[in-house]
Write a protein that binds this ligand. Structure first.
Ligand SMILES: Nc1ncnc2c1ncn2[C@@H]1O[C@H](COP(=O)(O)OP(=O)(O)OP(=O)(O)O)[C@@H](O)[C@H]1O
Length: 253
């Protein structure tokens, strides 16, 4: 299958302290790929390289010709002293028709709030409006950076169900960052565990059984991310089913 987007050998950040090293990643049409990894492991940076907002020091990102990407950023701060309605927000940066705007809001579960002020939205509504803006151009690839930050658990579950529904309706692929491991594991076709480099990747079953993943996230955390920084390279105990990338930059004990 021709990938929608394919990154090869990405390096980013200072040579002495790279943020990303030798990261390769592809997304095929229609699949849901989730990036997991500790804080500061380069997940947002990788997404920004994929959309072309950042340039890698080395490596390439190839996008399918004419690829339409819808991007939902990790956070977006709007100046509350600048009033703007949901409807007008959807006109940024390009004006859209009323029918289009309404359809996107409905698809994103944000119907009926077009007249509201952005500053007056709840966290969940705000995320759905960001999603509506991302689906306006009928993207073939939706890129979401921790889209459920600040939502409670039911809100998160509902948001991911909506993403799955959008994928079915629009046939788009999804590349997202999530810290919600149990959601990731149930909602993804493929999981990529990042820690400056790709530690392991594969189906949720394969990744959750991989030693590298277990070392990063532990097994007894009840689906919550362990919030420690993974400073050393994991040991690659032999025989794991996951596709391991070997990058031993320093000695392991
Ligand atoms: N433009 C940049 N140039 C150099 N370093 C950067 C740049 N942007 C981010 N970084 C650094 O890259 C590292 C990874 O940041 P990034 O936001 O990608 O991590 P993350 O995995 O998304 O983290 P979190 O889970 O906390 O959101 C951080 O140490 C950050 O300071």
């Amino acid at each position: 299958m021709t990938p929608l987007i394919e990154a090869k050998g990405l390096e980013f950040g200072p040579k002495a302290a790279p943020v990303l090293r030798d990261v390769s990643l592809r997304v095929d049409p229609g699949e849901i790929v989730t990036l997991v990894g500790p804080n500061g492991s380069g997940k947002s940076t990788l997404l920004r390289l994929m959309i072309g907002a950042l340039a890698p020091r080395r490596g390439t990102v190839r996008r399918a010709r004419g690829l339409r990407i819808g991007y939902v950023p990790q956070s977006l701060v709007l100046d509350p002293s600048l009033p703007i309605t949901v409807r007008r927000f959807l006109d940024l940066p390009h004006r859209v028709g009323d029918a289009e705007a309404e359809a996107a809001l409905a698809q994103s579960g944000a119907d009926g709030i077009a007249h509201k002020q952005m500053a007056a939205l709840s966290g969940g509504q705000f995320q759905r409006v960001l999603l509506a803006r991302a689906v306006l151009n009928q993207p073939q690839l939706l890129i979401l950076d921790e889209p459920t930050q600040g939502l409670d658990q039911p809100g998160q579950a509902a948001f991911y169900r909506r993403i799955a529904a959008l994928r079915r309706e629009m046939g788009c692929a999804v590349l997202m960052v999530s810290h919600e491991l149990h959601v990731v594991m149930s909602a993804s076709d493929r999981v990529i565990c990042l820690n400056g480099h790709v530690c392991c990747e594969g189906t949720p079953e394969v990744v959750s059984a991989a030693p590298a993943y277990r070392e990063l996230f532990g097994t007894g955390t009840g689906g919550q991310l362990a919030l420690y920084r993974h400073e050393h390279d994991h040991a690659h105990e032999g025989g794991g089913a996951a596709h391991h990338h070997h990058h031993h930059h320093h000695a392991e004990g």
